[in-house]
Design a protein around this ligand. Structure first.
Ligand SMILES: [Zn+2]
Length: 261
């Protein structure tokens, strides 16, 4: 068994330490206060700063960027960290935009970090909105991490996505031990009831299929575009069958937590 350590830094940003490797997801380190445009009249204001400053994160072997084109997944300060990382993995379109050490991957592609203790990283599909929204919301990916001696299944980071067939396929194709769920049920005034990320109800549906050992919400707080925070998520899991409710786990933001891998 390998012990994995996860530090939720805030929003979708987490530091994952496994087998001597240090991986950073969706780097967001800007201070709160600014409003970010997501295009097509949609925008959001950042309410909470990172629990750990970019300067204190330390060396990073790989950055996993679910998408580079939204400021709540990659912001100005986070972007400045990328050249110092060993490698940046993201969408093919994102890698073209980022250049440098960014490598683009298609859904279901697999790559490995070099040298000892290397985790295997498999890309999973996302759809960041309703059917046919991809040309507007852009490509997004998730990441499933596997490593030697992993006992309970992959560590999966969903990326920003609604529940749809691509995400359900993850439950068919992979055994997932720990799921970091990008939730929040994002909506914008300009598009009314349309959701751009998973609701708590969808998270429960997904976990019914996935049956992860731990379901850990991330990216549900700290911004005005989130419509469902911790209370809504807790309520939904409390109404689910008890064996699902027990799987919900919260990472105190800024605290390094050990997860049995
Ligand atoms: Zn996004």
């Amino acid at each position: 068994m390998t012990t994995t350590r996860i530090t939720h830094i805030g929003g979708p940003t987490a530091l994952i330490e496994v087998g001597g490797r240090r991986l950073l997801t969706d780097p967001t380190f800007d201070p709160p206060g600014r409003r970010y445009s997501f295009g097509w009249g949609a925008s959001s204001r950042k309410l909470t700063g990172p629990a750990i400053a970019a300067a204190d994160v330390g060396p990073i072997d790989a950055v996993l960027v679910s998408h580079d084109h939204h400021g709540d997944n990659l912001d100005t300060t986070g972007r400045a960290l990328l050249p110092e990382a060993g490698l940046v993995l993201t969408t093919a379109a994102g890698a073209r935009r980022l250049g440098g050490n960014a490598r683009g991957l298609q859904p279901w592609a697999t790559t490995q970090l070099e040298a000892p203790g290397r985790p295997t990283i498999q890309v999973t599909p996302c759809r960041h909105g309703p059917p046919f929204s991809r040309p507007i919301t852009g490509d997004v990916i998730g990441f499933a991490l596997g490593w030697e001696g992993q006992e309970h299944g992959a560590l999966w980071i969903t990326g920003d996505t609604v529940l749809y067939d691509g995400v359900r396929q993850v439950a068919d194709r992979l055994q997932v031990g720990t799921a970091l769920l990008h939730l929040g049920g994002v909506r914008f005034p300009v598009t009314g009831p349309i959701r751009y990320s998973m609701t708590a109800q969808e998270a429960v549906q997904l976990c019914r299929l996935l049956r992860p050992r731990s379901a850990i919400p991330v990216h549900y707080e700290g911004w005005t575009h989130f419509r469902q925070g911790r209370d809504a998520i807790e309520q939904e899991f409390a109404q689910a069958p008890a064996d699902l409710g027990r799987r919900l786990q919260w990472l105190p933001i800024g605290t390094r937590i050990s997860i049995a891998g």
